[in-house]
Every structure is written in C-alpha cells, then in structure tokens.
Design a protein. Structure first.
Length: 132
C-alpha cells in the first residue's frame, strides 16, 4: 500500500479521484514517481490519469500486465504481488528490448507510447496537500 515506502501519500484531484504519488512533506506538493511504485498503486494511478484525460488508452495498454498481481506460468497469482514496488521504466525498457528481439513492431510502439507518457509525467505535480 501507500504506506509501504517513505514519503508516499494519496492526493485527491479536482474530480475526487485518488492518485498515489511521491510527497515533499515540507511543501505538501506531491509528484509522480514511476521508479518506485507498487503494482496496485500503478493501476490506481493509470486509471485516474485516463479519467482525468492525462493519458489515453494507447499509452496505457502496455502497462496492463504491470498493474495488479503477477501471474505465474501455471496461471496462479503470486500472493501480495500487487504491493510489490517496481520501476516501471526499467520494465518497459525490458519489454521494448524483448519485442525488438522477436520483431514485434506493434509491441515496441505501444511500449514506447507508455514509456513516453510516463516520462512526460515523471516528477510532475500530481497534487497539493493544502493541509500541509
């Protein structure tokens, strides 16, 4: 959950959706950080970005397998994997390389769209805690 790593809280956007993000405690400013986000928080964040018009479905499609629980080769869900902290950029780079190695051009295109969208948002303000 959000309490699983330091400095992370949730903030409410103008439409009352919740977006997990990195927080600067002294200023109350919350910034996106996709280098250390849980799979579950990534799901919530991407859904809110889509709802708020900050990301489209093409940009999010390569993120679907990174959000939520891991699934093993035999189809079992890994317990508590939605709380696993991941670096989304590293995972997308690996996916781009893999897709390139097998000649999957469309996979590379969608991975790059996701990478570019998150890079655009990385470190930007996701909200301000007016109580801080």
């Amino acid at each position: 959950t959000l309490a699983s790593y330091t400095g992370v809280q949730s903030t409410y956007k103008k439409d009352n959706t919740q977006t997990p993000s990195l927080t600067d405690e002294s200023s109350g400013i919350k910034n996106f950080d996709f280098t250390q986000i849980s799979r579950g928080d990534l799901l919530q964040t991407v859904n809110n970005l889509i709802k708020n018009g900050e990301m489209d479905l093409d940009e999010s499609s390569s993120l679907v397998l990174l959000m939520g629980p891991k699934i093993s080769v035999n189809g079992d869900f890994a317990p508590n994997s939605s709380n696993e902290i991941i670096n989304v950029f590293d995972m997308l780079k690996q996916s781009i390389s893999f897709n390139q190695s097998i000649g999957n051009t469309s996979g590379m295109v969608y991975d790059t769209k996701a990478f570019d969208a998150l890079k655009r948002l990385q470190g930007s303000t996701s909200g301000i805690n007016i109580v801080a």
